[in-house]
Design a protein around this ligand. Sequence first.
Ligand SMILES: [Zn+2]
Length: 248
Amino acid sequence: MNVALSIFVLLPGLALGSFLNVVAARAPRHESIVRPGSHCMSCGQAIAWYDNIPLASYIVLRSRCRRCGASIGLRYPAVELVTALLVSGCVWKFGLHLEALVAVFFCAALVAISAADLEHRIVPNVIVLPAAVIVLGAQTALHFSAEWTVAAFAASGFLLLIALLYSGGMGMGDVKLAFLLGAMLGRTVAVALAAGMVSALVPSIWLLVRHGSKARKMKIPFAPFLALGAVVALFAGKALLDAYLSFF
Ligand SMILES: [Zn+2]
């Protein structure tokens, strides 16, 4: 049942991803996400509906604007595909339950925040703050407990401490993102933070190897790694946490 349903939601998932591309591009500039309609970032040409079909248009147009030929970033189809897979995964994991809806909303916020951070090096307040409030309210209503609030403050407090101790690496945007993670994941937010930090080591080491001591001044956007950790925790957090705790 869940498998059939999770395949069925792939197409709406692509459409949601297409919408998140608009959110990620416009939220950092405080532009409306409704008006004007989609347009080419280079020539401003409005994009016709038949050129605005998720994934398909990118392939048909061979990643170029139909009018001016400017290249369309790989971010667009990537965001659409990742969103569709996450929506599908949430339905497969949580089934036809309100929990799946909260999980989809959470994943959508993570995708938009990651795309904005990769492109503009910013975690937009207009996304992360409302998302945190909504998720905290929903989780507390669905599973009445102080766990979500405690985890939200603990996770953001932990990153705030790191941001204060090592200036430069982490930003206040990441601290707010950690609050959202804690609100959704409860105690398994520990898994998300650990997985996020370990995965962020990969590009850090790569920069160090390539640029030596100069790499210390280079910043990597941290939100996508926190988001990756959050997805790991959302789908496998309990199993990973239990496995870890059973060592002691
Ligand atoms: Zn164009």
